[in-house]
Design a protein around this ligand. Sequence first.
Ligand code: ADP
Ligand code: MG
Ligand code: ZN
Length: 445
Amino acid sequence: MSLANKYRPKDFSDVVGQDFIVRVLMRALDKKEIPHSLLFAGPRGVGKTTVARIFAKGLNCEVGPTSKPCGKCKFCLEFEKGTGVDVVEIDAASNRGIENIREIQNQLKYLPLSRYKVYIVDEAHMLTNEAFNSLLKVLEEPPSYVVFILATTEPQKIPPTVMSRLQKFSFKPHSVSSIVNRLKYVCSKEGIYATEEALRMIAQRAEGSLRDALVLLEQLSLFSDKNITEKEVSQMLGMIPYEKYEEILEYIVKGDFKTTMDKVNALLEEFSPQEFASGFIGFLEDRLLKKDQNLSFEEKTMLLRMALDMEYHTRDTFSPRSWITYDIARMCSFKKVVNIDEITRRFGVIDKKTNEIVDKTDPMDILRVRKPSLAAYLENCKYSVENGIMKIVSPDGITKLRIEESRDVLKEVFGVDDIEIEVARSQEKKFKDIFEEIKRDWERI
Ligand SMILES: Nc1ncnc2c1ncn2[C@@H]1O[C@H](COP(=O)(O)OP(=O)(O)O)[C@@H](O)[C@H]1O
Ligand SMILES: [Mg+2]
Ligand SMILES: [Zn+2]
């Protein structure tokens, strides 16, 4: 038996992920409020058939309907063998026509041996229009002892009239980490040795499908004699090991375009540009989740975005390698992009077409972020910028002093060559007057 079949869960408690769906179905069973027509939508290998079967088992177990079937009664045992008479699985991909649905209609008049007759229609979107119409009639008035579960990877192809009769459950692709955990579990049971990185690479390649991951694990286990490292995965799946990407990332962070390209070109001797680009995404996604001394979260996000661009660019093009060069060059200056992004996020509006800042940013806004106290002093002054010179009229001496201390910052932010500061005459006078007044007061006391 294949690993995928051997490790097909037999109970809800063993199902990986899909928590919400599992909870709703368990509750329906325990409250004995049984939905009669369900749609299980979601990508391949995420547990649609598995959950449908477990639901059927819960419906028909002698102590049921229950979310915890006994596992000992006649019906539970039938289920374990996969031969439940009342559970009918139909592959709509090869039974698409109206005659197949008619056959079901004919069977419906016979009562089940257990409690429910359960029809699991796989790839339901493949049914013909006539078949759907005929199915619709059944779904409109199903006998109380019949449950229909339609499973599909393409729910948008189910006619709306049929859809409206179904209670919809959306199965999610498995995350890399939940696939890795399951693989670890299977490895421990099977006595397979595999490194964490190797399992991550398998999980990346499986793209959310636990079945695909288990099939790959099985092949690799045979291929490597139960001893799976990154090297085997990389050889068999044409995947680039993380350590190579790690090295490339190091040079990207340094901004060393030349060395980065040397390393990349060496990889492109062996792997296709598409393999390189998609593998890099997986690697970066992985890094995104980990604490990192060298890179901030924003920087990693920016790199990931650029890597996604690269992957997109390498598809359907005659010059994938040129795109790689272009995108690697962009990545080598990613830190600048992060900074520009940060500033425009706060102050500017980017023209989506030209990628330029169209909304001219007020330097005062930048100053408020970079040196809030200096901005506060400057706000008390009158100032103007002309011919590369900034003229500031300060209300008092202290303000003038503070501004003079930070000439260089102002020059940079306002983009001027020189700064002239003077204290406002009237203000100066006022200040002196007040000082004189206080002095006189003191003398009087
Ligand atoms: N949610 C899950 N929990 C545990 N195993 C799963 C899950 N989804 C998929 N699998 C594994 O993948 C195999 C195929 O799953 P299946 O339910 O047939 O997927 P689907 O019907 O969605 O294509 C199962 O036998 C099992 O080994
Ligand atoms: Mg299936
Ligand atoms: Zn039972």
